[in-house]
Design a protein around this ligand. Structure first.
Ligand SMILES: [Zn+2]
Ligand SMILES: [Zn+2]
Length: 229
């Protein structure tokens, strides 16, 4: 099992009550791993082997480029590019393409070391959320008081809760009830805000003051994609 670099207690992710707590979790992991890859991980040969093999997606390459130093970025690329030359390119370019090698390139283009670590940690931390929730009242209240759970994480959390090793069946219905409510109520609120937003363009509403529907588009995009535009 891979060791997580995450040290933040679960409570700290739920206490601010600012948007979807699982989005905060993912964002925190993303920041930590992007820093880690161009920082401490440079000294760890095992991680270099993995980053050479997996590479990074556009999002994470860009974040590493923006927040990391130039030299670590170049060193990571040097060995990753060399690995592609050695393992993914055809030895001879004459003749028919090697379908197997092309599939390997496709797989390499779809893989990302940071995405994989985030996914593994999200499962790991979500299991801790389940354990805290089962333990009882205090954390359940905090969980209930979240502003919402976004669509992506409603799906993620419920899939994990219903899977083997998730939430024990005697608690599952209650957990689903609370989690679904946090997603559904906000979805309805967004829909109502968007409807109000649209109606503001009606000439009969001319001169009316904008209310909380003002940023309904931005909030909807954040709810649907996990990220504000
Ligand atoms: Zn979320
Ligand atoms: Zn990625």
């Amino acid at each position: 099992m891979k060791e997580t670099i995450c040290t933040i207690p679960i409570n700290d992710l739920f206490l601010p009550k600012n948007g979807c707590p699982f989005c905060s979790m993912e964002k925190m992991l993303e920041e930590q791993y992007v820093d880690f890859v161009t920082g401490d991980a440079m000294m760890e040969p095992n991680i270099r082997i993995e980053t050479n093999k997996k590479g990074f997606c556009h999002r994470h390459f860009s974040q590493m480029f923006q927040s990391g130093q130039k030299l670590p970025n170049a060193l990571i690329l040097e060995s990753h590019l060399q690995q592609l030359i050695d393992e993914k390119m055809p030895k001879k370019t004459k003749g028919k393409p090697d379908k197997k090698k092309l599939d390997e390139i496709k797989a390499a283009l779809d893989s990302c070391y940071v995405c994989d670590r985030i996914e593994w940690d999200m499962h790991h931390l979500t299991a801790t959320v389940f354990a805290e929730w089962i333990k009882g009242e205090e954390f359940r209240t905090l969980y209930n008081e979240q502003p919402y759970i976004c669509l992506k994480h409603y799906d993620f959390v419920m899939q994990a809760a219903a899977a083997k090793g998730g939430i024990p069946s005697k608690y599952l219905a209650d957990f689903h009830d609370e989690t679904a409510r946090l997603c559904k109520n906000y979805l309805q609120e967004l829909k109502d805000d968007i409807t109000t937003f649209c109606s503001m363009f009606d000439y009969r509403r001319q001169g009316r003051q904008w209310g909380k529907e003002k940023d309904a588009i931005e909030r909807s995009i954040e709810f649907l994609t996990g990220e504000a535009p």
